[in-house]
Design a protein around this ligand. Structure first.
Ligand SMILES: [Zn+2]
Length: 106
C-alpha cells in the first residue's frame, strides 16, 4: 500500500467528507480520517508526556472526539447530515469526530 501524505500540511478539507449531524442539537461534525486519527493519537501522547496527564485526563481527551461538541451526545447516535443540517452548519465550524463506519448506519 502506498503512503498517502498528500494532505500533509494543509487544513482539513470538507469536500467529499462524511458529514454527520447530532440528532439532539443538530451540530454537524465530520468523520476523522485515519490519518487524522493517528495525528490525534500523537497529540495525546505528546500532551501526556508534556503535562503528565493522568489516565482519567487522557480518557477525557479521547472522549472529546467521540461525542457532540455541544450537547455531549455520543457519536454513535449521529446520523448522516442532510442538506438542512448543512445550512445550519454554515454558521459554525464543523467539528471533527471519530466514528467507526459501522456506527453510522441509517
Ligand atoms: Zn449535539
Amino acid at each position: 500500500m502506498a503512503a498517502d501524505d498528500s494532505g500533509r500540511g494543509s487544513p482539513p478539507r470538507l469536500i467529499n467528507r462524511r458529514l454527520l449531524a447530532c440528532p439532539r442539537c443538530g451540530w454537524v461534525h465530520y468523520a476523522m480520517t485515519w490519518a487524522e486519527t493517528q495525528e490525534s493519537d500523537r497529540q495525546l501522547a505528546y500532551l501526556t508526556r508534556r503535562y503528565e496527564l493522568s489516565p482519567e485526563e487522557q480518557a477525557l481527551y479521547a472522549a472529546a472526539y467521540r461525542q457532540c461538541l455541544r450537547c455531549e451526545s455520543p457519536a454513535t447516535s449521529f446520523r448522516a447530515a442532510q442538506e438542512r443540517d448543512l445550512d445550519r452548519a454554515a454558521g459554525h465550524l464543523v467539528t471533527p469526530v471519530l466514528v467507526q463506519p459501522e456506527e453510522t448506519r441509517h
